[in-house]
Design a protein around this ligand. Structure first.
Ligand SMILES: C[S@@+](CC[C@H](N)C(=O)[O-])C[C@H]1O[C@@H](n2cnc3c(N)ncnc32)[C@H](O)[C@@H]1O
Length: 263
């Protein structure tokens, strides 16, 4: 395990159970693939084609059953445990343990890039976009989804805090438009539903976000600012029930989808 990096540690711990809580990831993956697999891209032989870099691959994505015509997949992740899962599920993929901001990959070697729900964890976003630009061939396209500002509003209603996310404008500001053409950029709200509060909170862990503090003082021990135990947990579950919809307990994410072309 990469013990120097808290993000790698967090995702390595989640690797074994990740697929049980990846509802959001599957929704955003299918949107990204749809964005790439257009008739226009097929005619131009662009989109998710040739040698693909899957940046922040997690346990890996089945591109073949999603009708992507790829010749090779290089799957990159910070977490060695995630890459172990990739090797089990997709032995044909080439795996690389690396940070998005510093890729041990030859310049101009990738035909396309896919990155689903990863860049929200990258502090040096400009460097990451520059690095992606370095490794992709001219005219190659990158398809990227990022968790953005305004996500997880239900947690605030429950009095729970969480880490913050960038606004789409800040993500765009990190892109060097002399290197990249922004072909599309938009934020969509994706809502997912869960049977109960426990499943909802587990799913957040899978995305890598953290529910880091309890802001509702009536539910907390003033000294630790944490839930005191069963009584607080039951009160929180009650509160969550007031949010319930026909499909279950809702959780919304604002997801920014980007399609970039190397100039
Ligand atoms: C929410 S998961 C998404 C995984 C996968 N893309 C999917 O669609 O299920 C985020 C992944 O990004 C990886 N990651 C986070 N920061 C990274 C970085 N700076 N460089 C490479 N991978 C990173 C994590 O280890 C984790 O596997």
């Amino acid at each position: 395990m990469n013990l120097d990096n808290p993000v790698a540690v967090k995702f390595s711990q989640a690797a074994a159970t990740y697929k049980q809580h990846d509802v959001l990831q599957r929704i955003t993956a299918s949107r990204l693939i749809k964005l790439a697999n257009t008739e226009y891209n097929a005619d131009k032989k662009t989109g998710l084609t040739g040698h693909l870099l899957d940046l922040g691959c997690g346990p890996g994505t089945d591109f073949e059953s999603n009708h992507c015509q790829l010749t090779k997949v290089t799957a990159v992740d910070l977490s060695p445990q995630m890459l172990n899962v990739v090797q089990q599920s997709f032995p044909q993929y080439h795996t690389v343990c690396a940070d998005a901001a510093n890729l041990p990959i030859t310049a101009n070697s990738m035909d396309s890039i896919y990155s689903n729900l990863v860049l929200q964890w990258c502090d040096e976003l400009t460097q990451v976009f520059n690095e992606l630009n370095r490794v992709i061939k001219p005219q190659g396209q990158a398809f990227i989804s990022v968790v953005s500002d305004g996500s997880l509003s239900q947690l605030e209603t429950l009095g729970l805090g969480h880490n913050s996310f960038r606004h789409l404008d800040d993500i765009i500001a990190a892109i060097d438009t002399e290197k990249w053409q922004i072909l599309s950029a938009e934020t969509t709200t994706e809502q997912v539903h869960f049977a109960d509060l426990k499943a909802l909170l587990y799913s957040i862990k899978g995305v890598g976000a953290s529910v880091n503090e309890y802001q509702d003082k009536s539910l907390t021990d003033k000294k630790t600012n944490r839930l005191r135990g069963r009584k607080d947990w039951l009160a929180l579950m009650d509160k969550a029930e007031s949010l319930r919809e026909a499909n279950g307990l809702p959780l919304s994410y604002n997801i920014s989808y980007l399609q970039l072309g190397k100039r």
